[in-house]
Design a protein around this ligand. Structure first.
Ligand SMILES: [Fe+2]
Ligand SMILES: [Fe+2]
Length: 283
């Protein structure tokens, strides 16, 4: 398979250690709807990101491009750190009596099923699909500071750091897929299926968390949905970027986010403040 050649940003593994001790229960704009949307997402990260790592690691020794091999190691380092920090995020939820463990268990069961029954190619395609979701959500987040103006500052730091790194490594699983599998129809079929699973599950988990809090109210749900999908809605703005994935010549770095990343790395002093770098793969 021919390797796509796009400029990327370099992938730095940063060791982080966030503290969520003082985070209030509803840390997004004091709103249960948005807080539980992000709680539901975070609940899926530790198990989900470990799955991404496994699905890419499967191919590591066969990768012929030495640069891509280095990027795979950096990708694994970043995702492992995300899993660790979202584990610690999930402690915030535990401290408030929010049951994210049930969601984690359900996702772990689904992933175990996939790992047992799907081919490595299929598993890698699932990772590529979800990496596209994280890349476009991260880009949307980094590009719209008004999204996090009313969030708890400790949480904002975590999500911004995660968003930066998701963008830094957004091409890695995809490049491995192109080099090792390269099947367009598998890639888009799996994306269509993953989209349904992902959106239905996330909405279900969010609704469950809201119900457990006695906050599943039609008016609040409609208002929240409008904020996500209405005119200028957070997710609505991401729809064109989502559909790019279905182009046969798609590559994640066709959306050149290097300037955006440089801005946030400077703003957050990510490369000065991180405890240390475990490795760096400049692309
Ligand atoms: Fe991640
Ligand atoms: Fe990722």
């Amino acid at each position: 398979m021919k390797k796509a050649t796009f400029a990327s940003s370099g992938i730095t593994v940063r060791r982080m250690d966030f503290d969520f001790a003082g985070v209030p229960r509803y840390w997004v704009d004091n709103t249960p709807f948005l807080t539980h949307m992000l709680n539901a997402l975070s609940a899926t990260f530790p198990v989900g990101e470990r799955f991404f790592v496994e699905s890419v690691r499967h191919y590591r020794d066969r990768i012929s491009d030495p640069q891509l091999k280095k990027e795979v190691s950096a990708f694994i380092g970043q995702e492992a750190m995300h899993a660790k920090e979202h584990d610690s995020y999930n402690q915030y939820a535990r401290a408030h009596g929010i049951d994210l463990e049930r969601i984690e268990k359900e996702i772990a069961g689904r992933i175990a099923f996939l790992q047992k029954n799907a081919t490595p190619e299929h598993q890698l395609a699932v990772t590529c699909a979800l990496e596209h979701f994280t890349a476009i959500m991260a880009e949307g987040f980094l590009d719209n500071p008004e999204m996090f103006e009313k969030m708890d500052p400790a949480m904002v730091k975590l999500w911004l750091w995660h968003a930066v790194e998701e963008n830094e490594h957004k091409g890695v699983a995809f490049d491995v897929y192109q080099e090792q599998v390269g099947d367009y129809w598998l890639r888009v079929r799996v994306m269509a299926l993953t989209t349904v699973m992902f959106t239905v599950n996330q909405a279900r988990f969010q609704a469950r968390l809201l119900r457990e809090d006695g906050e599943l109210k039609p008016a609040a749900w409609l208002k929240g949905m409008n904020r996500l999908w209405g005119r200028r809605g957070w997710f609505r703005q991401m729809i064109p970027a989502y559909f790019e994935y279905y182009r046969p010549d798609f590559h994640p770095w066709q959306s050149d986010t290097r300037a955006l990343l440089d801005h946030w790395k400077r703003e957050l002093q990510l490369d000065e403040q991180a405890v240390h770098h475990k490795g760096k793969a400049a692309a």
